[in-house]
Design a protein around this ligand. Sequence first.
Ligand code: UTP
Length: 300
Amino acid sequence: MIRKAIIPAAGYGTRFLPASKAIPKELIPVVDKPTIQYVVEEAVAAGINEILIIISRGKEAICSHFNPDPVLEDLLRQKGRESSLETLKSLQEKAQIHFIYQEEMKGLGDAVLCARDFAGQETVAILLGDTILHHASPPSPLEGMMEVHRNRGGSVIAVRRVPRQRVSQYGVISGQPIDPRLTRIQGMVEKPKPEEAPSLLAVSARYLVTPQLFECLADTLPGVGGEIQITDALDQLCRREVVYGYEFDGIRLDIGNQLEYIKSNLMLGLHEPAMREALLQFMAEQVSIHGSANPAASEG
Ligand code: UTP
């Protein structure tokens, strides 16, 4: 039973400037709520009830978003706005959310290492605070990973197949397929050149890790970009114990860059019955004005 999650949300978000200068990118809304709220809801839906969000100085608005606000709650009660009140309170009741500062933004690996005491001796989930994993039907990617962990033990990393020209944006795994969606990972490399990538399976924003990961992180030196890379620690981890790559059904929406952000709004908007028809009509009009897309330009 995995009951704790770590959500790193301390990064500078330079790819999303200027929008992310004063507003944490994790708080920028997609359709009707901040990205990080989708991430917290995903963890809670998978049965997690203790969450540690890693923030940095200047990103305290993330705490305000999740902390109770008794004055606002009273106001909503007085005005009879029960459904808004319920929306605000439901997450608070389902999970305890804690916060900790990453003092210097030395990379995702360093951010996760800040959660070492919180994790203790448990297997924990790590969910990137700027990335939504959208799935059409149960189980969610995280629930699928939990199932693998329950049945086989070890650590489990979400992976998905990407076009070769895009591997240099991600951590990429090497290993042996052991069933249609599971790979026993032998190694990992951060942002390989396309011609050097050991596979086309990219690490995708969700991890279930045993306490050994924190031992590996403590020994990890700065890597690509001068940052402490979680990929380098995971590469060490799979030499010490079993790590699986789980190919999930679903779509990764990394809102940390503008194009993906716009796509995320369209895609999740299309899943809102109240918006679907109007959005489809709008997109059809845009295609007729701008012409249809060149398939070669698609990111796949
Ligand atoms: P990114 O790889 O998107 O890095 O982080 P970033 O620094 O936020 O963004 P860019 O590249 O400058 O645009 C993925 C997740 O890890 C967190 C981020 O907040 C984001 O949710 N992160 C990253 C940290 O918590 N600490 C770090 O040092 C780096």
